[in-house]
Ligand binder design. Sequence first.
Ligand code: SF4
Ligand code: MG
Length: 314
Amino acid sequence: MPLLSVSDLKTHYKSRDGLLRAVDGIDLVVERGETVGLVGESGCGKSTLGKTVLRLVDPTAGRIEFKGEDITVLDQRSLQRVRRSIQMIFQDPYASLNPRQTIGEILEAPLVVHRVGDRAERRQIIANIVAKVGLPAESINRYPHEFSGGQRQRIGIARALLLNPELIVCDEPVSALDLSIQAQILNLLVEMKKEFGLSYLFISHDLSVVRYFADRVMVMYLGRIVESADNATLWSDPRHPYTRALMEAVPDPSRPRQAAPLGGDLPSPSDIPLGCRFHTRCPLATDLCRADEPEFRAIAPGHQVACHFADRIN
Ligand code: SF4
Ligand code: MG
């Protein structure tokens, strides 16, 4: 049984512009110990998908199973139990750190909510986690503004690890950081994964970040997955024109240029093109693409693509 299994998930919102189909029919599985990278441009619905998996946002349709339990139907009280096991790391931890609380107080709060240990035991847990994420012990007496961006992300990671989760949804955890700090935080996430036996759903707009440590990569476009493959296969044999366009944006001197960089803007999720939703930006689009939405189908074991011409592209 997979750790997380999502089927035909939809998260639609009403807005001034009409119905926003942010997540528009997603199937996704995360196995135990796996890191699944979810990649796409900003605005493609990946953060909404991440939040829906944690039920921070309610889905419009579909099903979310965690360890075989349907969590789509759980009320807030029952969700509390599940939320111990699924945590989230955000792009900007600062926004979610109370500026008037010390790091010690911030880290103690989830333990109190989930009734973990007495005061002394909680202090021990916090001291251990603070050391594990590479922060000095005295950090617990300091306030969020006293830390750099990279250190704050370490605090965000510490908070996510406190309750011994099994799955962590990482939403652009390094996007706001300098390149050298990005590598440190990614290394920390890799270490923590081994140490705590974690699985990650790792969301990023940056394919090169996902390449660094995902086992499998899913490419998302306007609310749907358009390509899914293991990391090596995706890089050696990308079949969706959108995947190829994203790769063009990643500097790699060893790879010959294969396609033109992505042009045009991402259409609004309130106005998703008919037929293939990528056809307005696809260099290979034909009349068929404008009329019929391609099926998401396997072209090889473990490699699925939503493109009419996936077999012909190479
Ligand atoms: Fe491009 Fe057509 Fe494939 Fe869509 S189905 S990605 S428009 S070639
Ligand atoms: Mg986002």
